[in-house]
Design a protein around this ligand. Structure first.
Ligand SMILES: O[C@H]1[C@H](O)[C@@H](O)[C@H](O)[C@@H](O)[C@H]1O
Length: 652
């Protein structure tokens, strides 16, 4: 069937001629109203039908638009109004509170620990336990989340996660001793695991195709917002030496309760309902979240795909076994877990954690100021994730991830070069006091080996041109913020220009490291930060979606903990530059993996994505050419969408 453009239609073919290279144009100009849709003619017909059913306002809007640019803008705006009822945004926002809690609870603990270790006299082991227990619990509970999602649905799991976040927050803020703190962190960790795997799935399953990438990416934006707010709260309450940590850890209860209350009223995912045979309810929910659109086609497509899946993949045994033995699902699982693994191996959490030190290297030695500057790092991460939200539906997941990981790898190299130059020009130790309890520290000849020894720190004076009167001294017990004795045993910043550097060396190459840090965040945050979550929410067939996301979220948390726990040892054995060169090479490996294996899912219905994994695992990259099979539709002036294939011909 050939769709004719009405008199009022804007002819896409002539428009694209006018534009020359349409793809470049689309990504160059966000206002262009070319919206790509999947190639299935059925999906097109329903979208077009839906669009034509509410056309009167669009005519008025477009009539006012006189230039091509205005027409395109009007078309895009009208399209979004017609196709996306506000309810979808409400759903996404309440769900993404889970992302916020993810970011807040993982971010706030470092600031809380600074106060806690003094007040509760925590040993290094207990500090490590309190930080890592939540992440370890998350890695495990993500697996349980997969099972619970399949059994009770997305909504119940989000309710459970927000309940755990709230309960954990209350326990933490009221904790009388370290054992109770540990229980609180474990409860929060259980919430983290379940929430982190459920929220992206729920958003993906409720969003319309053309907005799905953006809305799921908003969840990662909320993660970075949570990290940003955590760093601000850490900064603010660090002045409250007594009980400040109770507020830091307890404040997460607010968004958690808000999410819990919201989800008492929000609906279950229609896809899960159809899978469970609750078809009437599913239709009601679909109508509710699709507003004035005709839902028949979407409903039928989900239902058909479930029936087909049951025929094709309805083998016996646990879902994970069926996934491993059914090639398309197995390939999707490898891609999903690989993406999450490479996200963490690119060192994001080390770089974020280490940013305070990098900033101290740049000459900011006041601890309080360094805490605030961590908020600047978190803000940069947030800002560039926002760029990712804007780019994901414009350039697609594949290109965004590839570009991001190349940039990430190069900026890690730059960071490493900065550290290498700093190490090569490390200031010498000029004073060697004798007769002290820790003889090893006093034997180091320069700052670099002294700084890399976890038991020692560098104490020095400096004027505008050089470092002098420097010594390597043991730390004061478990505390790393001052020396055990001598000039640096009082406080971190001395009045007479004597400084204590625990995990950095004074260097004039700090600007390279600082540049590396900014470039790293600018490259990582739009792509490698959000895309692993976004892609995982889309690539599994419905029967395998909960389990697939549970596994990949588990991989994310496991590598998160592995990378954080090994960083200091890595730095000790390989030095800082060695560690960052290693992360850079791992990111390069990640590039090869993504180039070979990640297909483009943009513009495809969730039910259509499985077909992308039907070839060989590493021929997915070829799916860039799938764009040749996609069509674009645009609605301007009148009531119809004009459909055109990539070669400009009308769609049959
Ligand atoms: O996608 C998120 C995000 O990039 C965060 O900044 C990071 O801390 C998480 O580990 C990651 O999973």
């Amino acid at each position: 069937m050939s769709r004719k453009a009405s008199d009022h239609d804007y002819n896409l073919r002539s428009m694209t001629n006018l534009m020359g290279d349409r793809w470049k144009k689309v990504s160059d100009d966000g206002e262009r109203s070319l919206i790509k849709a999947a190639s299935s003619s059925s999906s097109i017909s329903s979208q077009a039908a839906a669009a034509s059913s509410s056309s009167s306002s669009s005519a008025a809007a477009a009539a006012a638009a006189s230039s091509t640019g205005d027409l395109e803008r009007a078309a895009r705006k009208q399209f979004q109004q017609d196709v996306t009822p506000a309810f979808v945004y409400v759903l996404a926002a309440f769900s993404a509170l889970g992302g916020f809690l993810f970011g807040y609870d993982t971010g706030v603990v470092s600031g809380a620990m600074l106060l806690l270790k003094r007040e509760m006299r925590l040993s290094a082991l207990w500090q490590e336990l309190l930080v890592s227990s939540a992440v370890a619990a998350a890695a495990l509970s993500a697996q349980a989340g997969g099972f619970l999602n399949g059994l009770f649905g997305r909504r119940v799991c989000i309710l459970l996660a927000s309940f755990l976040f709230s309960a954990g927050g209350v326990v933490l803020s009221a904790a009388p001793n370290r054992e109770t703190l540990l229980v609180g962190r474990l409860v929060v960790g259980l919430g983290l695991g379940i929430g982190s795997m459920t929220v992206p799935v729920y958003i993906a399953e409720t969003s319309p195709t053309q907005l799905r990438g953006q809305l799921v990416t908003v969840n990662t934006l909320f993660i970075t917002a949570g990290q940003l707010v955590a760093s601000i709260i850490d900064g603010a309450f660090s002045y409250l030496q007594h009980n400040g940590w109770r507020y830091m850890l307890g404040l997460s209860v607010v968004p958690a309760v808000l999410q819990f209350l919201g989800f008492l009223f929000l609906p279950e995912s229609p896809r899960w309902l159809i899978q469970k045979g609750l078809t009437q309810k599913a239709r009601r929910v679909l109508s509710q979240i699709r507003g004035n659109q005709n839902i028949d086609e979407e409903y039928d497509s989900i239902k058909n795909s479930i029936e087909e899946e049951e025929k094709d993949c309805g083998g016996e045994g646990p879902v994970i076994w069926r996934m491993l033995t059914y090639p398309p699902a197995r390939r999707a699982l490898i891609v999903g877990c690989g993406l999450q693994m490479f996200q963490q191996l690119s060192g994001i959490n080390t770089v974020m954690y280490y940013s305070a030190t990098i900033l101290q290297m740049s000459g900011i030695r006041d601890d309080k100021l360094a805490i605030w500057l961590v908020a600047v790092t978190a803000f940069t991460n947030f800002l560039f994730t926002l760029l990712g939200v804007w780019l994901v539906e414009r350039v697609g997941r594949r290109r965004l991830t590839l570009g991001s990981i190349v940039g990430t790898s190069l900026s890690l190299c730059l960071l490493a070069v900065g550290f290498l130059l700093s190490a090569q020009h490390s200031p010498p130790v000029t004073l060697h006091p004798s007769g002290t309890s820790n003889a090893t520290c006093t034997t180091y000849l320069s700052c670099e080996p002294c700084m890399l020894d976890p038991g020692c720190g560098f104490c020095y004076r400096e004027n505008s041109t050089a470092v002098f009167a420097s010594s390597c001294e043991p730390i004061n017990g478990a505390s790393t913020d001052r020396a055990a004795w001598g000039r640096c045993s009082n406080t971190t910043v001395m009045r007479d220009h004597t400084y204590w550097a625990y995990n950095f060396c004074p260097t004039s190459y700090y600007w390279i490291v600082l540049l590396g840090l900014v470039l790293y965040l600018a490259c990582f945050a739009p792509g490698m930060g959000p895309m692993p979550w976004t892609v995982n929410s889309e690539i599994y067939p419905l029967w395998a979606r909960s389990t697939g996301n549970a596994c990949s979220a588990g991989v994310n948390w496991t590598f998160n903990i592995l990378v954080s726990l090994t960083f200091l040892h890595l730095a000790q054995y390989l030095t800082y530059y060695g560690a960052f060169f290693l992360y850079s090479s791992l990111a390069m490996l990640g590039f090869i993996f993504i180039y070979g294996c990640l297909p483009e899912t943009k513009g495809r219905r969730l039910e259509e994505v499985e077909s992308l994994f039907e070839g060989n695992l590493c021929s997915c990259g070829a799916s860039d050419s799938d764009e040749g099979r996609q069509v674009e539709y645009i609605r301007v002036k009148g009531s119809n969408y004009h459909l055109s294939d990539n070669d400009g011909s009308d769609v049959e």
